[in-house]
Write a new protein. Structure first.
Length: 186
C-alpha cells in the first residue's frame, strides 16, 4: 500500500506528488500524458520567464521523480473504490492500494462521481484544502474550478492537497518551507 495515489500528471497532480514525496510519503502518480499543457506556452507562471508547456512538463516530471515519486507514465486509471484501509486504484496493469487519493483529472469528473464526491454545478465540491466530501479524497485543478484553468492555480491546488495530507500524517499543521541548507544535492 502506498500513502498517496494521484490520478493525473498535469501541474496539479505533479505538484501534489512533489510535496508528498519530498516529505517522505510513498507516492504514485498515474499519468496518461493528456494534459492541456501540451497546447500551452507559459509566460504567466511566476518565476518562469517563458517556457513551452511540453518542456515545463518534462522538467516537472523529472523533479517529481527526483524527489521519490513513482511516476506511472502511460498507465491510465480505469476505476477507484473505497476500501477498509483507504482506496483501491485499478488500471489495465493492476491494482494499487492507497491511504489517500488525489484526483487531478482535468474536467473529467467520472472517478469523483464513482466515489460519491459531492458536486457543485459543473465542479467537484472541495474545502480550502481541496478535500472532497469523501474523507481523504482530494480534487484539484479544473475539477474544482469552472473555467479557471491556469497551470499556476492548478499547481497551487495540488500543493494545498498535499499539505493537508501531510498535516494529517504529522498530527499538526505542516509547512513545507525549505532553506538553502535543506536542498539536497542531486
Amino acid at each position: 500500500m502506498v500513502d498517496v495515489a494521484i490520478v493525473g500528471g498535469g501541474p496539479a497532480g505533479l505538484s501534489a506528488a512533489l510535496f508528498a514525496a519530498k516529505n517522505g510519503l510513498d507516492t504514485v502518480v498515474f499519468d496518461t500524458d493528456e494534459t492541456w499543457m501540451h497546447k500551452a506556452h507559459l509566460f504567466n507562471y511566476l518565476g518562469i520567464r517563458s517556457i513551452a508547456g511540453d518542456e515545463f512538463m518534462a522538467l516537472a516530471r523529472g523533479q517529481v521523480e527526483d524527489r521519490g515519486a513513482d511516476l506511472r507514465a502511460g498507465e491510465g486509471v480505469t476505476g477507484v473504490e473505497v476500501t477498509d484501509d483507504g482506496f483501491r486504484v485499478t488500471t489495465d496493469d493492476g491494482e494499487y492500494d492507497a491511504r489517500y487519493l488525489v484526483l487531478a483529472t482535468g474536467t473529467d469528473r467520472e472517478l469523483a462521481e464513482d466515489l460519491g464526491c459531492d458536486t457543485d454545478g459543473d465542479t467537484v465540491a472541495v474545502n480550502l484544502s481541496m478535500e472532497t466530501s469523501v474523507e481523504n479524497v482530494y480534487a484539484t485543478g479544473a475539477l474544482v474550478r469552472n473555467q479557471e484553468w491556469q497551470a499556476v492555480i492548478s499547481a497551487g491546488d495540488g500543493g494545498a492537497a498535499a499539505l493537508d495530507i501531510l498535516s494529517k500524517e504529522k498530527g499538526e499543521h505542516f509547512h513545507d518551507f525549505d532553506t538553502p541548507a535543506d536542498v539536497p544535492e542531486l
